[in-house]
Design a protein around this ligand. Structure first.
Ligand code: ADP
Ligand code: ASP
Ligand code: MG
Length: 435
């Protein structure tokens, strides 16, 4: 049996955290594959190594010296090395990267060094083999992970070695060039590895004891989710519950590998288990999440329901402006297109004019400052009256609902409210369904 254990930035922030990781890894011989993020924040006011590396690159782009930022990075790594009495000559690697800074270093390569150096230190500290992600996480040229090539590459370098540390967050293109994933991407590396080695469990170790029903910055002391399905978690993480990268769910879901979110600082806490299904638990709402700053473009035209192709015409305008669409609620003589405000910011009026022209609409209106809130629960589909209760609760709290959408599988109800009502709405929904 194999477990893949991924440790996030805060879990490897300093030598004390490294010790916790070692205790966790060595306490279970099944924890054979370890993935690490770059060293993260030690406290609220400190920076993540990854952010410092991005900052370094930005300095270089503007031809400003990044010496002081680089010093901070070096100091963080060398302190960990010295405090743990490691022999890996990290100073040499740091000097090499520093010399490359002056020679047009690529952003992806520079930023990936955070994970690379953290993993080198961790491998020695655990007594595990280091395997570079650039050798085993292979992308195709479109940027998608190539599972077949990665599988072959991994099994070729493993050569029977079954205790390894792999840096998260990056891999290589077919020509060997380093490519990073999106921010928070070490979660994805762990999920890919779990699939490649056919792990029986993917453990994601972080700084909270699992996924909470709602963001703790909005609801005080929210309850923790014990079990959640892949689909539910995908909905919640897409809508802003950022405990796990939303893309990390696919590889483990496809391979049916359970995922366990655990706390490095409290390893005996139960955590949250993500599985295909759990029919035992009869809770209605599994989680609530949301995001601010959306715009709703509404197209009105009389007798629209008799007209063929009108939606396509409006959508082709969105395509022309390269805007991706979140939701499309529709009425009889109108339909709406919900998008992130940032995506239409520079072309709002052009888009309205083009849609009007393309659809021959009576009017096209845009409202901004909309927040979307997703109430997610696998049992909601079998439970009549949930939407009614949801709307009533918001009404009782004087919150005006500006838009309603529901996924076809009925595990999510999405409402749009004004940005100013965002937090109150989440609290009201939590009170109604959870407390
Ligand atoms: P890591 O560095 O280990 O990858 P992250 O910072 O990416 O950790 O994710 C953990 C953080 O996610 C928590 O510290 C918490 O602030 C945040 N978070 C956001 N929404 C939730 C939620 N619903 N439940 C738990 N944590 C949440
Ligand atoms: N270090 C990267 C980031 O900060 C990746 C990760 O932490 O998962 O985004
Ligand atoms: Mg993360």
């Amino acid at each position: 049996m194999i477990k893949v254990a991924k440790f996030g930035g805060s879990s490897v922030a300093d030598s004390e955290q490294f010790k916790k990781v070692k205790n966790i890894v060595l306490s279970d011989p099944m924890r054979k594959f370890v993935v690490v993020s770059a060293s993260g924040k030690r406290g609220k006011n400190e920076n993540k190594i990854t952010d410092l590396l991005y900052l370094c690159h930005a300095h270089i782009m503007y031809s400003v010296s990044c010496e002081s930022v680089w010093q901070l990075i070096e100091e963080r790594f060398i302190t960990i090395k010295n405090e743990l009495n490691l022999i890996y000559p990290i100073e040499e690697d740091l000097a090499k990267i520093k010399s490359e800074l002056k020679k047009g270093i690529s952003e992806d390569y520079l930023v990936s060094r955070g994970e690379y150096l953290t993993a080198r230190l961790m491998a020695e500290y655990l007594g595990y083999e280091f395997i570079d992600a650039s050798e085993v996480i292979i992308f195709d040229y479109s940027g998608k992970i190539d599972f077949d090539r990665s599988y072959e590459a991994l099994h070729a370098v493993l050569k029977g070695n079954d205790k390894v540390v792999v840096p998260g967050f990056y891999g290589a293109l077919p020509n060997g060039e380093i490519k990073t994933l999106t921010r928070g991407g070490s979660d994805i590396t762990g999920a890919i590895l779990a699939k490649l080695v056919n792990a029986s469990l993917y453990e994601n170790w972080t700084d909270v004891s699992g996924i909470l029903i709602a963001d703790p910055r909005i609801v005080s002391n929210p309850r923790q989710i014990k079990y959640i399905t892949y689909e539910e978690l995908r909905e919640l993480s897409y809508m802003g519950a950022n405990v796990l990268h939303e893309e990390a769910i696919f590889p483990v879901m496809e391979a049916n590998i359970p995922l366990h979110i655990l706390n490095t600082n409290n390893p005996s806490d139960e955590g949250t288990i993500i599985v295909e299904n759990n029919e035992d638990e009869q809770i209605t709402v599994t989680g609530i999440a949301g995001k601010r700053d959306f715009s709703v473009i509404t197209i009105y035209k009389k007798h629209m329901s008799d007209e063929v192709g009108i939606i396509r015409k409006a959508l082709s305008v969105m395509e022309k402006y390269n805007v991706s669409i979140e939701h499309m609620p529709s009425g009889i003589d109108s339909f709406s297109i919900v998008v992130e405000t940032a995506q239409i910011k520079n072309a709002k009026y052009d888009i309205v004019v083009d849609i009007k022209e393309a659809t021959n609409a009576d009017s096209v209106k845009v409202i901004d400052d909309i927040a979307l809130i997703a109430t997610v629960g696998r049992n909601m589909a079998n439970c009549p009256g949930i939407s009614g209760r949801l709307f009533q609760t918001l009404g009782k709290n004087d919150i005006n609902i500006r838009m309603i959408a529901q996924g076809s599988d009925e595990i999510t109800i999405i409402i749009g409210v004004e940005n100013k009502d965002f937090e109150n709405s989440i609290r009201a929904i939590y009170e109604e369904f959870v407390n």
